[in-house]
Design a binder for this molecule. Sequence first.
Ligand SMILES: Nc1ncnc2c1ncn2[C@@H]1O[C@H](COP(=O)(O)OP(=O)(O)OP(=O)(O)O)[C@@H](O)[C@H]1O
Length: 326
Amino acid sequence: MTFVEDSPEGAIVLGREPVVQTYELSKTYLTGFWLNQKIESLKNCTLTVYKGETFGLLGQNGAGKTTLLKTLLGIVRPTSGRATILGEPLGDRTVKQRIGYLPENAYYYDNLTGWEFLQMTAGLFEIPESVQKERIPLLLDMVGLAQSAAKKKQLRQYSKGMMQRIGMAQALINDPELVFLDEPMSGLDPMGRYQIREIILSLKEQGKTIFFNSHVLSDVEMICDRIAILAQGELICIGSLDELLGTADLYYVKGKGGNSEVLKKWIPDLDFEENSWKGHLQGELQDFVASINAMQAQIISLNLARPSLEDFFMQQLRQRGFVASS
Ligand SMILES: Nc1ncnc2c1ncn2[C@@H]1O[C@H](COP(=O)(O)OP(=O)(O)OP(=O)(O)O)[C@@H](O)[C@H]1O
């Protein structure tokens, strides 16, 4: 299938099927006793997520990630803008059958065992009992929960890691095409995070589309095809990791001397070490070298560099004034 509509990210990529599309989506919460305080949680967010990709939405606490996810799921009504999920407008009932959702802070009926909880969720999707009998053990295996524990233990006895796993299983109970995961690695130890990453990768192998929120940037870097960064409700960048991190003309430079104010214009993450400085160069190399010569400063080394996602994330926030420059 080919698509050639206009999109916020420019033309939609030919040959790729969009499964989530938002156009200038905004959400303003009204709070306070008189509902006269406004919190602009999302500001004109436009993005496209394609079939089969793992898409990571990043942002600091309070950036608006959960609000965007809840808006897409029809839990929160947008103040303005529009969006489609699997080609249908927000709130379409048929779409709900085809998507899965792992909430960030889920409140499940904790007197149920894990098994009963999955049966209850399957019931909500009207999944026949014969299918449930096959699917529940498969899902438990997939998320790494022992069937005996799932049958015996009530959810109130579950650890954080077990809750995250059972949450993942319920998000997949309807064999969804598109899965929304809100901070799936939050609160997990390294082994738990590794296992969740493995589950996400196996879902990707099955051709599912995964949209997830996270602030664990190293996990995102390992598993995402594309990412977007939200800051104070604004989407400040979107693209594949190669597009965002792998630009061939990005240099890591070390040097000494010169004027720190001038250097900072070229090197936003400028860092000083005894009598030298270092950081990632922004701008044309030739012009930078001319500026270095004019200041009678000295370049010690210049290497092509791919920043880590964490470096890139901090740099984007600093450049746009969302965090103070160090
Ligand atoms: N129901 C609500 N009523 C009023 N304000 C809200 C509501 N939900 C979220 N907000 C506000 O909207 C902003 C974005 O919150 P949101 O939970 O979407 O951010 P987040 O990026 O998911 O943060 P976190 O990583 O901490 O979960 C915050 O300022 C938050 O206080």
